[in-house]
Design a protein around this ligand. Structure first.
Ligand SMILES: [Zn+2]
Length: 312
C-alpha cells in the first residue's frame, strides 16, 4: 500500500535551525546510550530530566544494543563497537507549489487483518467530537470550532493592523493622504483545530480496537450525504481518516447506515423521535436511559454485528 505524509517545510530560518538542532541532539543521545550500554554493561540507566528525546533515544539504543548482542552471540563475531544504521524506506518526495509543504510517499507492506472479536462503534457529533460504544466521549466540537473562530478573527485583526500601520507610514513618507484600506484576509490554518482533534480521536479509537481486537464501526459517508446532518464534513473526515489509518494497522473498518441511530433504543430497539431529548436518551418503550451520543454509538456497533451475522 502507498501512504503519503504531509510535512510542513519551514521557511522560517529559526525553525529550520531548531529542527537541525533536535536531529543532532537525537543522534548524540543515541550514540551516548549505545556506548554506555555496550561498554559499561548497565542494565538500567536513567534519563531523568533529559527530556522526551533522550527517552526515545534510550529506547532505540536499547533495541540496537540488544540486536547487536544477539547477533554477536549467534555468529561468535565480537565486534568492538556497535554499528548504528538507520532504517530507510523507498520514498518519493513532492513539494507544494509555494514550497510550504512536502508530501512524502512511502510504499508500505499491508498487514494482515486482525481477527475481530467484537465491534467498536464511533458516532461523530457536535456536543462531543466522538462518542464510542465503549463509553468514551471526546471534547466538545462546538467549543473547538468557536475557539478557532475567535483565534482566526484575532489573527486577522493583528495582521490588518500591522499592514495599515505600514501603509500609513509609507504614505506619510511620500507626503500623501491616508485613505481607507480593505483588510486582507488572515492566512487560515491548513489544518483546522477540529481536524486535529478528530485525528487524535482516530488514533485513540484505533488503539482501543487493536488492543481488544475490535472492528471499527463508522457511519457510512455514502448514506450520510443523503441525510440532513449538520456536521457532515467532520463525519466524512473521521470515516476517511480512520479507513486509511486502520489499513496500516490491520484493523477492519465497517461502514453502517446511521439512519435513525439517534432515535433507536440500544436496549430494546424501539425507534421513536421522542426518546431523544437534547443530550439525553430516554426510551419511550422500555425506559432505558443513556447519553444520547453513546446510545447512537452502540446502535452503530449493533448494526455492524447484525450485518456480519447475516454474512454481509
Ligand atoms: Zn428501549
Amino acid at each position: 500500500m502507498r501512504r503519503s505524509y504531509l510535512i510542513p517545510v519551514y521557511s522560517n530560518p529559526g525553525k529550520q535551525e531548531s529542527i537541525r538542532y533536535t536531529a543532532t541532539r537525537f543522534i548524540q543521545f543515541v550514540q551516548h546510550f549505545v556506548n554506555k550500554f555496550f561498554y559499561d554493561k548497565i542494565s538500567k540507566s536513567s534519563t531523568k530530566g533529559m527530556g522526551k528525546l533522550a527517552n526515545q533515544a534510550q529506547r532505540r539504543a536499547t533495541q540496537i544494543i540488544r540486536a547487536q548482542r544477539a547477533a554477536s552471540e549467534a555468529t561468535g563475531n565480537k565486534s568492538s563497537c556497535p554499528e548504528i544504521k538507520f532504517k530507510s524506506y523507498p520514498a518519493k518526495i513532492e513539494v507544494s507549489e509555494d514550497s510550504s509543504y512536502a508530501r512524502v510517499f512511502v510504499e508500505k507492506e499491508e498487514p494482515k487483518l486482525i481477527q475481530s472479536k467484537g465491534f467498536l462503534g464511533v458516532d461523530v457529533g457536535i456536543n462531543h467530537t466522538v462518542a464510542r460504544s465503549d463509553g468514551y466521549l471526546g471534547p466538545s466540537a462546538r467549543e473547538i470550532l468557536n475557539r478557532s473562530k475567535e483565534k482566526r478573527a484575532e489573527q486577522s485583526r493583528q495582521i490588518a493592523l500591522k499592514e495599515i500601520t505600514e501603509i500609513k507610514a509609507n504614505l506619510k513618507k511620500d507626503g500623501l493622504e491616508t485613505r481607507n484600506f480593505t483588510l486582507s484576509k488572515a492566512k487560515t490554518a491548513k489544518h483546522s483545530a477540529l481536524k486535529q482533534q478528530l485525528g487524535i480521536d482516530v488514533s485513540r479509537a484505533l488503539n482501543v480496537s487493536k488492543r481488544n481486537s475490535l472492528s471499527l464501526v463508522v457511519e457510512n459517508p455514502k448514506s450520510l450525504s443523503n441525510l440532513n446532518t449538520k456536521n457532515l464534513l467532520a463525519k466524512c473526515y473521521f470515516a476517511s481518516r480512520a479507513t486509511i489509518r486502520a489499513r496500516e494497522e490491520g484493523i477492519r473498518v465497517i461502514y453502517v447506515n446511521p439512519a435513525y441511530s439517534s432515535q433507536t433504543c440500544s436496549k430494546c430497539g424501539t425507534i421513536d423521535k421522542r426518546s431523544r431529548v437534547k443530550q439525553a436518551f430516554r426510551c419511550t418503550a422500555c425506559g432505558f436511559v443513556a447519553h444520547a451520543d453513546l446510545n447512537a454509538a452502540c446502535i452503530l456497533a449493533q448494526r455492524a454485528s447484525v450485518m456480519q451475522h447475516k454474512g454481509a
